[in-house]
Design a protein around this ligand. Sequence first.
Ligand SMILES: Cc1cc2nc3c(=O)[nH]c(=O)nc-3n(C[C@H](O)[C@H](O)[C@H](O)COP(=O)(O)OP(=O)(O)OC[C@H]3O[C@@H](n4cnc5c(N)ncnc54)[C@H](O)[C@@H]3O)c2cc1C
Length: 399
Amino acid sequence: MNFYDSYDALLTPEERDLVAAASAFCQGEFRSHLLDSHNQNKPYDTAWIGKWAQAGFLGLQTPRQFGGHDASFLCKIRVAQAMAEHSFAAAFAINNLQGSVTRVARQGSDKHREELLEGMLGGAILCAPAMSEPGGGSDLGALTTRARRVDGGWRISGTKSWITNGQIIQCANVLSRIGDPGDGVEETASFLVPLADGATFRREEIYMPGARSFRLSHLTFQDHFVPDWGLFTPPGQALKASMASVNSARVHVAAMCVASTRSALSEAVVYAQGRQAFGKSLIRHQGLAWELAEVSLRLEAASALVLRAAIAVQSGAPALTLAAQAKKFAVDVAVWGIDQCLRAMGATGASAMHRLAMLSAETRLAAFGDGTSEMLLDRIGKGLAAEYGPSSPAKEISK
Ligand SMILES: Cc1cc2nc3c(=O)[nH]c(=O)nc-3n(C[C@H](O)[C@H](O)[C@H](O)COP(=O)(O)OP(=O)(O)OC[C@H]3O[C@@H](n4cnc5c(N)ncnc54)[C@H](O)[C@@H]3O)c2cc1C
C-alpha cells in the first residue's frame, strides 16, 4: 500500500491526475533546483512559479467558470504534499500564492476578479495575506496598521512582518484597523493592496538562513493609496474571516510536514540499506533500525490525524480542536523525525548531497505560522471539555 493511498482514495479520478501531474512536475529539474538553491543559500528561482502557473496549479481551487480546477481541499493538500516532499518552504510559499488566488476567485467581487484574477492565475500578479506585525503575531488584536478613508479609496499606514513571499508579491491582502487612532473606531477590514516600491511603500527581507525560499519580508506602508475596489473584507468582518480559514490553513501545514518527514525517512532508509558498517548494512543494526522505526510510528500517527482533520475540514464539520492537534503533532514529528533521519545517516545526512538539512531548517519554522505550538495547545486545552467531556459527541456515539 502506498503511503498516500488513504488520502488518494477520497479524490476524484481527475483530482488523482492532478496530484500525479504535480508529483511529476516536482521531480527532476525542479527537485534538483530546490536543493541546489538551498546549498547556495539562495531562494528558488521565481521562474518556477510561472511554470507552476502554466501547468494550472495556481488555479487548483478556483471555480471552473473562472478557469480553474475547482479541486477539493484534500486534493489541495495532496498537491502541496507532492512539493513538500522536496522542499517544505517552497511548498508553503507557492501554495500560499495559490490560496490567495482561491480567495479572490471565491470570495472576491466581480471587480476584484476583473482587476486581478487573470494575472493571478497566470502568475503575473502574485498576492499574499499580510496580518502579522512587529508588535503582534499571535495576538492579532494588537494590530496597529490603519486605513483611513480618502477620496476614491483609502490610505494605509503601518508595518506587516514575516510575510511569506513578501519579497516577490505585487499585491497583499492587508489586515488593517479602520479610521484614525483615537477616533474610537475599532473595526478591522482587509484590503487588496497593489504594491509598487516607492515613497509610500517599501519591503525589507527578513533573512532566514537555510530557509530563504519562504521569502519572508517586512512590508511598510506610509499613507499608501488603495483604490475603493481594493476593500476585500468589509469593516467588522475581517478578523472573523481570517479565523474562518484558520482550520484549513493548519491542516494544510500539517499535511506538508507529514510529506517532508516521509521524504526524509525514505532517504534515511535507502541510505541505511546501502551503507555497510561492522559487516552488515546499517538497517540491520537493531539500535539504528529501532530509531527509524520510531520515526515511522509517529509519522503514520501524524498522517492518520492529518487525514481525519482534513476530512472534517472538507466536510464542513467542526474542526477547531482537530486542526490544532494535527498541526501541533505533525510539526513536532517533522522537527524531531527529520533530525533522527539525518543522524541515522551519519555525517553524510548533514551534507549538501542530501535534503535532510534543508527540510530540517525549513520545517522548524512551521511551528510559527498559522498558530504557534503554544497557541495550539491553548486551543486544544480550551476544547477538552467539549471534545472529551461527559456530553461530548464521541461519548454519545459510544453509549
Ligand atoms: C515561515 C513563516 C511564515 C510566515 N508567514 C506569514 C504570512 O504569510 N503572513 C502573516 O501575516 N504572518 C506570517 N508569519 C508570522 C506568524 O504568523 C507569526 O510568527 C506567529 O503568529 C507568531 O507571532 P510571533 O512570531 O510574533 O511570536 P509571538 O506572538 O510574539 O510569540 C512569541 C512566543 O510566545 C508564545 N506565546 C505568545 N502568546 C502566548 C500565550 N498566550 N500563551 C503561551 N505562549 C504564548 C508563542 O507561542 C511564541 O513561542 C510567518 C511566520 C513564519 C515563521
